[in-house]
Design a protein around this ligand. Structure first.
Ligand SMILES: CC(C)(COP(=O)(O)OP(=O)(O)OC[C@H]1O[C@@H](n2cnc3c(N)ncnc32)[C@H](O)[C@@H]1OP(=O)(O)O)[C@@H](O)C(=O)NCCC(=O)NCCS
Length: 182
């Protein structure tokens, strides 16, 4: 079978894990790391924000997929803080963990660190929060396996994610109302 044939076969056959029993956030956590190269940076040697966002999206998407037991699409990436510059030669590490789950959506938080050449302690260079929606073969939302927060940190992240969700939904409602009366 050709490469295209194999790819099409994989796309056409999606395996779902239908188990909806709650699991701790630890079970779907994902960490990815990559050395930053010249092609990742601008002329000053600083890594482009888009390169970091791509790493964030890939790590968070992998974490969401593990939680959902099937495909999940990025629905919102509405909070991304760039705290310190990342430079060529740094090892960029992205760590993703599920903060909150709803019926078909979930929020994933990502911590971004850079290990500078010659330094022992990694530097916290960014944080992001993304919402994913689990989808079925026809692209419609499907049920997400719930998380069961266990530690104090899990509980804090769950509650803070609820606060962010409330403000996302309130913003959407306010914009819809504004458009309706314009
Ligand atoms: C994401 C997508 C599947 C949602 O479809 P939809 O028909 O709008 O879905 P719904 O309105 O039923 O909402 C699905 C979930 O998103 C949540 N949601 C919707 N709008 C939201 C908002 N503004 N903020 C937070 N959550 C929101 C809903 O509450 C629901 O979650 P819940 O079931 O846990 O309560 C659809 O918009 C899509 O396919 N988008 C393109 C995704 C994509 O291509 N991403 C990039 C590549 S991966």
């Amino acid at each position: 079978m050709s490469v295209v044939g194999v790819t099409l076969a994989l796309v056409a056959y999606t395996v779902y894990d239908e188990d909806l029993s709650p699991q701790s956030p630890e079970q779907s956590q994902v960490t990815l790391a990559r050395v930053m190269e010249v092609m990742d940076a601008n002329n000053l040697g600083n890594v482009h924000g888009g390169v970091i966002m791509r790493a964030v999206d890939t790590t968070a998407g992998t974490c969401a997929t593990r939680q959902c037991g099937g495909p999940a699409v990025t629905a919102f990436m509405d909070e991304m803080a760039f705290l310190e510059p990342v430079r060529i030669g740094d090892i960029l590490t992205t760590m993703a963990s599920v903060n909150w789950t709803g019926r078909t959506s979930l929020e994933v938080g990502v911590r971004v660190e850079a290990q500078r050449y010659g330094e022992v302690q990694p530097t916290h260079v960014g944080s992001a929060y993304l919402v994913f929606v689990a989808i079925a073969d026809d692209g419609t939302p499907r049920r997400v396996r719930p998380i069961a927060p266990e530690t104090d940190v899990d509980m804090r992240r769950f509650r803070e994610a609820e606060i962010r969700r409330e403000s996302r939904l309130a913003r959407r409602t306010a914009i819809r109302k504004f458009r309706a009366i314009r």
